[in-house]
Design a protein around this ligand. Structure first.
Ligand SMILES: *Cc1c(COP(=O)(O)O)cnc(C)c1O
Length: 424
């Protein structure tokens, strides 16, 4: 459930008219709903077994205002870089609610994570195990860590977001887990607390996840039989969201409850502390990207709707062939005629296409449109490609809104470069 809806024929985020925000901030602009973030987080947390930890995967949406909203209701953060650790803490998420994940942590990053005292580091290779031991020993610390195992089970929407197969770069291989667990348990500076896995993203059927969890449960039991007190199991993120919301798609808290029921059944009686790293399911439907139509470019067999947002603002369609619903900001009535459009941005790449042959209410130059479900992997993946300004972000709460990331200025954009000494 989300809080973007029409009121008196105009699209609102909670109690705020989208056109009011656009009048103040311009387009393109990301708009987030606090109530939706809070609701998704709360539904997820409350569905999971008591005592579970929820670490919001902030790579989905790392806006400071969003992080502070989640921090206030107790969320932890799953981070994948020093920058994310620093930003989570700046937003008020304490280090003891931060997990540090990722295949390529540098020694400098590990050192930062250990110094601030993160809750857990998810180790993804033997080399990283040794590096962490070295770093923590040098700092005179003992760092809690788990091994991310690769269960060799693929799942997820698109090849680029599947992570749990042996062909993917993530985690230690299943066959190595026992050897590395024993090795890690004897290294100085580290306390191995358990296991982690994350097999992919945008997963809406929980069979393959259940298979992976059952496989990891078996590993926990073998490790315990070998004398290791395995206390923690981090089940990753990956729960999908309904990008296409036309009926009969059935989605709601029900999906989270089915996921939780599967976990309770697969892990029944294991007696272990669970952790979760949901990103998309918290953030995706809590944000929209609003753009303005610039031109309608008609061809003999199609028409292009050129808008002022582009792949540098929202790359998911270009990168993952992702689908986003498109809503006109002024509600279309039952009598509004429709037309078929290829919706494209201004960037000099054919890939800068949001959708092809989409049936939409007729849109005129100057009209505003909203890309739905853009709260996850939207602004965090934005760039300045084509020297376009980084897109601004707005946070709504009730009938208030705030610009939680202003639009970049041209001075900032150009001022980041320097001439070489021989050029000045
Ligand atoms: C990306 C990622 C997540 C979040 O995945 P979602 O599909 O957004 O829930 C969680 N854990 C790890 C290790 C990740 O890389």
């Amino acid at each position: 459930m989300h809080h973007f809806a029409y009121r008196n024929g105009r699209l609102h985020a909670e109690g705020v008219d989208i056109e009011t925000i656009v009048a103040a901030v311009g387009t393109p602009v990301y708009i987030y709903s606090s109530a939706t973030f809070e609701r998704h987080y709360t539904v997820f947390r409350d569905a999971m077994p008591a005592g579970s930890h929820v670490f919001y995967a902030m790579k989905a949406n790392a806006n400071l205002g969003v992080l502070a909203t989640l921090a206030r209701i107790g969320a932890g953060a799953d981070t994948v870089s020093e920058g994310e650790i620093r930003k989570a803490m700046a937003a008020g998420i304490p280090a003891d609610r931060i997990v540090f994940s990722g295949v390529g942590k540098t020694e400098a990053e590990l050192s930062h994570a250990v110094s601030v005292g993160v809750y857990q580091i998810n180790i993804e290779s033997e080399g990283e195990l040794e590096a962490l031991s070295r770093v923590a020993t040098r700092l005179g610390r003992t760092q809690n860590a788990v091994f991310r195992v690769n269960p060799d089970i693929g799942a997820g929407g698109h090849a680029k977001i599947t992570t749990g197969s042996d062909a993917n770069k993530f985690g230690i291989s299943f066959s190595e887990a026992e050897r590395l667990y024993a090795k890690g348990s004897n290294l100085p500076g580290i306390r191995i607390k358990g296991l982690a896995l994350h097999i992919g993203s945008q997963i809406l059927e929980f069979e393959s996840m259940g298979e992976a969890f059952a496989k990891v449960r078996g590993l926990v039991e073998r490790l315990r039989a070998e004398g290791h007190p395995v206390e923690r199991l981090d089940l990753g993120g990956g729960v999908g969201v309904p990008y296409k919301m036309q009926p009969p798609f059935d989605y709601g808290p029900d999906v989270i409850h089915r996921y939780a029921a599967m976990i309770r059944s697969v892990l029944a009686g294991l007696d272990i502390e669970l952790g979760f790293e949901p990103g998309r399911v918290i953030a995706a439907n809590a944000g929209i990207l609003v753009a303005r139509a610039l031109y309608v470019n008609k061809r003999t067999d199609r028409q292009f709707l050129v808008v002022d947002a582009a792949m540098n603002d929202l790359v998911r369609p270009a990168m993952y062939e992702a689908y986003h619903e498109i809503w006109p900001v002024r509600e279309a009535g039952p009598d509004t005629p429709t037309a078929t459009y290829d919706v494209v941005g201004p960037i000099c790449e054919t890939g800068d296409t949001f959708t092809t042959e989409r049936r939409l209410p007729v849109i005129h130059p100057g009209d505003l449109i909203a890309f739905k479900s853009a709260g996850a992997y939207g602004a965090t993946m934005a760039s300045t490609y084509n020297q376009r300004l980084l897109v601004p972000e707005v946070l709504v709460r009730g009938d208030k809104f705030a610009v939680t990331r202003p639009r970049q200025s041209y001075d900032d954009l150009i001022g980041q470069d320097r001439l070489a000494a021989w050029q000045s």
